[in-house]
Design a binder for this molecule. Structure first.
Ligand code: GUN
Length: 296
């Protein structure tokens, strides 16, 4: 069997088009421009690339982008004061503080200072609790993107066996909650899981989010399964720098029914879903209907 490739780049472009159409409609009908504030502390090179990309795509869909770049030695009080200001700003509907923060800043404290209604990352403890109890929340962008691709590929996920490898707060745990919400039978596996290969072989849906290059080989994949590879790992091979996922793509694609590539799979969906979440936050803040197909 050769797997269907789930094209995240094309999917993300469709999501952005939908968001742009909704934004145009909000402007036209309500004079409302959704706004996203992104806060970057320090000069982590990867974070700078992400933040630039987020700002560019925000503007491309017609939203307002507010970028706040702070020195690496910014005090916690100064960062909290900025968040308070953004919380109170009616032009800002979404706030994202780029992680990781420098070591002297307490990420939990900072994230939990964001107004939960503006927490477009879905990391605030209130949103985590709302998602865990099946209530309306802001949903973390990467798992939301994975869910959208799975729903489009399968229609209903009800009754499917889903294995999420990885237990991070950003991907693994919210992914498991979303799959449970769609009535999958969910297992969260991780580095300490006994006989991880056998656990993975039981999955109709296998989500890999461990951050270890090509850790999951094809013979851990059930024939016909759908494989969602969240990993983005930089490695050197044959003297060249390459991006690879957490799944060994060639061997997995030979047995899977469908698979996301790296690059061009889950990655592009993350920022597309950030834009979708900002739109959702703006609609909710103004008592307007939420855009269909862009939320969990
Ligand atoms: N750093 C890496 N991924 C993310 C993300 O999804 N949100 C934030 N805020 N920081 C990140």
């Amino acid at each position: 069997m050769t797997a269907t490739i789930i094209d995240g780049k094309a999917f993300a472009a469709r999501v952005r088009d939908k968001v742009a159409a909704h934004v145009a409609q909000l402007k036209e009908a309500h004079g409302l421009t959704p706004g996203l504030a992104v806060v970057l502390v320090g000069e982590d090179p990867a974070s700078q690339v992400y933040v630039r990309s987020k700002g560019k795509q925000t503007v491309e869909v017609g939203m307002a982008s507010f970028e706040h770049r702070l020195e690496a030695d910014t005090s916690e009080d100064a960062l909290l004061a900025l968040i308070d200001k953004l919380n109170a700003d009616p032009q800002v509907h979404g706030i994202l503080v780029q992680l990781p923060l420098p070591d002297h800043l307490d990420s939990d404290l900072v994230i939990n200072r964001i107004d939960p209604a503006k927490d477009v990352d879905g990391f605030h403890i209130s949103n985590v609790g709302l998602l865990g109890t099946g209530q309306k929340s802001m949903v973390p962008c990467t798992p939301l993107g994975c869910l959208m691709m799975l729903r489009e590929h399968h229609g209903s996920l009800s009754g499917m066996s889903a294995v999420v490898v990885g237990r991070s707060n950003i991907v693994g745990k919210p992914m498991a909650q979303l799959l449970l919400g769609d009535s999958c039978t969910v297992t969260i596996a991780h580095s300490r899981t006994r006989d991880l290969a056998a656990v993975c072989r039981g999955a109709d849906i296998l989500v890999a989010a461990v951050g270890r290059p090509e850790m999951i080989p094809g013979d851990w994949v059930k024939p016909g399964a759908t494989v969602i590879d969240v990993g983005i790992n930089r490695i050197e091979r044959d003297g060249k720098n390459r991006l690879v996922g957490d799944v060994d793509f060639d061997s997995a694609a030979a047995v899977a029914g469908a698979i996301t590539p790296v690059p061009g799979g889950v990655g592009p969906m993350t920022i597309a879903c950030l834009l979708a979440n900002t739109l959702t936050a703006a609609a909710r803040a103004n008592g307007l209907p939420e855009p269909e197909g862009l939320t969990a």
